[in-house]
Design a protein around this ligand. Structure first.
Ligand SMILES: [Mn+2]
Length: 289
C-alpha cells in the first residue's frame, strides 16, 4: 500500500479529480491510499470527491486541519498565487497516524504520466526527503546551498525521521519568525528546515512544465508539475497542456467544464516552441490522455 498526501480547498477539488484519474490510469494495479488534507471542504465537494475516488478504487482518508495558525502565518507573507492550504503539508507528521511512516506528497497541480512505484522504492539513505532540485540563491543567508535548493511540489518523505527530528516544530518556527523572507512561502521554509537532509531524485519525478531548460538532457516526465501561476485548468485554451489536461479530466465529475473550454484550441499550442509540442505529443502517447 502506497500512501499519498494532497492538500486542497474548495477551489481545487476538480484538479484533484484529474490528478487521481491520471494516477489510476497510469498505475492500474497499484494499491494507494490518498490522504486529503483540508479544512473547509463543502459537503457537496466532499461527497463528489469520495464518489469519484471510489470509482477509481482509491480509498480516501479525509484529514481535517486546524488551519488557524497557518492562516495567521500565511497572512504575514508576500501574497501570490497560492493559498494558505499550501502550508498544510508542513503538518503532515502530526496530521497522519503514527503508523504511517513513508508518504509521497503531491501538489494539486501535478499530473501522473507513468508508473510511480519506483519512487516508493527509492532508498532515502538516512535523508528525510527525496526531492527534485532547482537552483535558487535567495536563501543563502539561511545557509541553503543554491545547488541544493528544491521544489517542494513532489516529496517522498520518511515520516518517521521527519517526526523524530522535529521538522514540524522547526517549520512553524521559521514560518512565524521570518515570514517576509520566505519568497515561496512554505517551500522556502521546507528548504531551510530540511537543509542537508535531502536526497536528489530524477527530474522526471517533478518535471516542471513551464521551465524546460535548453541544453539539458530531455527526460520523459513521470510526474508533470504545472508550477507557477499559469494552470491548465484556468485557461486551457492558451495553455500548452490545456487540451491534454482536459482529456485527462474525462470520467471525472467535472469533465464537461473542461471539455467545452478545451476543445477549441489545438492551434494555441501550435505556436509554442518545438520542445513543448514534442513533450505534449509524448505525454499524450505515454499516458493515453
Ligand atoms: Mn505546484
Amino acid at each position: 500500500m502506497f500512501e499519498i498526501v494532497v492538500a486542497i480547498d474548495n477551489n481545487v477539488v476538480a484538479p484533484l479529480g484529474v490528478l487521481l484519474n491520471s494516477l489510476r490510469v497510469q498505475n492500474p494495479h497499484s494499491a494507494f491510499k490518498i490522504h486529503v488534507l483540508q479544512s473547509d471542504l463543502s459537503a457537496h465537494n466532499r461527497q463528489t470527491l469520495l464518489d469519484h475516488a471510489a470509482n477509481l478504487k482509491l480509498p480516501i482518508n479525509m484529514v481535517n486541519v486546524d488551519a488557524e495558525p497557518l492562516v495567521r502565518a500565511f497572512g504575514r507573507m508576500n501574497s501570490g498565487h497560492v493559498s494558505h492550504v499550501s502550508l498544510f503539508r508542513c503538518m503532515i507528521g502530526s496530521l497522519l497516524d503514527e503508523t504511517i511512516t513513508k508518504v509521497l506528497y503531491l501538489d494539486i497541480d501535478t499530473l501522473v504520466l507513468g508508473s510511480i512505484d519506483p519512487i516508493f522504492n527509492i532508498d532515502l539513505g538516512g535523508n528525510i526527503v527525496a526531492v527534485v532540485r532547482e537552483e535558487q540563491t535567495y536563501l543563502a543567508e539561511f545557509g541553503v546551498n543554491p545547488q541544493d535548493y528544491f521544489n517542494a511540489g513532489v516529496m517522498l518523505i520518511d515520516l518517521k525521521k521527519w517526526r523524530s527530528e522535529n521538522v514540524e516544530a522547526r517549520l512553524m518556527e521559521i514560518l512565524n519568525r521570518y515570514p517576509e523572507k520566505l519568497q515561496w512561502w512554505d517551500q522556502s521554509a521546507l528548504n531551510i528546515a530540511l537543509k542537508g537532509k535531502t536526497l536528489s531524485m530524477s527530474r522526471r519525478y517533478n518535471y516542471i512544465e513551464s521551465r524546460p531548460k535548453t541544453g539539458e538532457k530531455i527526460v520523459i516526465p513521470t510526474i508533470l508539475h504545472f508550477a507557477g501561476s499559469c494552470k491548465p485548468w484556468i485557461e486551457p485554451d492558451s495553455h500548452a497542456w490545456g487540451a491534454a489536461y482536459c482529456n485527462a479530466s474525462i470520467d471525472t465529475p467535472w469533465t464537461a467544464d473542461y471539455r467545452a473550454r478545451g476543445r477549441a484550441d489545438a492551434a494555441a499550442y501550435r505556436k509554442k516552441n518545438w520542445f513543448h509540442r514534442s513533450l505534449v505529443r509524448l505525454g499524450r502517447k505515454l499516458s493515453r490522455i
